[in-house]
Design a protein. Structure first.
Length: 191
């Protein structure tokens, strides 16, 4: 796993034309922690207690097979409104313009209902026919019975089948191997 670069706009050029897998999620969902767990690289994605630290498209080469693209979070972030709008524009531009985008790993918190921002992203992904893998994170925060109910509720709200999701916890490692395998499959499925 190698860091390729941090790009402030979505029109960046990459050294090789291989599939891109983008990680998206709310600003405070734990996306960076999950990226670090999936890649096995503790400090790969910058983890902070303050939402909104990812401010560009951070690109990593995964053994020459695919690129992992860590996108800025959407929704709540302790940054000025203008910066939040810039993050939104970057996310929107990336999702609509990248020819090598093989799919999106959408990180959602198992404890939270879908926000208006989540629903807007769902509409954009469906409109673009972007392949989606939902990573339902923070699984360790709920007992097993509640996890099943919350997962069913989230997938029902998104109208996605269970086989497009993985319940995971960056803290305990639960589901991380399954998520890694699912991401690999998503990268390989690109036509």
């Amino acid at each position: 796993m190698n860091f390729v670069g941090s790009f402030p706009t979505a029109d960046f050029q990459l050294p090789a034309r291989i599939p891109e897998i983008a990680f998206v999620g709310r600003s405070n969902v734990g996306k960076s922690s999950l990226i670090n767990a999936v890649t096995g690289s503790r400090g790969l994605a910058r983890v902070s207690k303050t939402p909104g630290k990812t401010r560009a498209c951070n690109v990593f080469d995964v053994d020459g097979r695919w690129y992992l693209v860590d996108l800025p979070g959407y929704g709540f972030a302790r940054v000025p409104h203008r910066e939040r709008e810039a993050f939104h524009h970057l996310l929107e531009s990336y999702l609509t313009s990248r020819q090598s985008l093989a799919g999106v790993v959408w990180v959602l918190d198992i404890r939270r209902d879908l926000s208006p921002d989540d629903r807007a992203l769902a509409d954009r992904l469906y409109q673009n026919r972007t392949p989606i893998l939902v990573a339902i994170a923070q699984a360790d925060k709920l007992p097993q019975g509640q996890r099943v109910r919350r997962t069913t509720a989230i997938l029902g709200a998104l109208q996605l089948p269970r086989n497009q999701s993985v319940v995971a916890s960056a803290r305990t490692g639960e589901g991380v191997d399954d998520l890694r395998d699912s991401i690999e499959a998503l990268a390989q499925d690109r036509p």
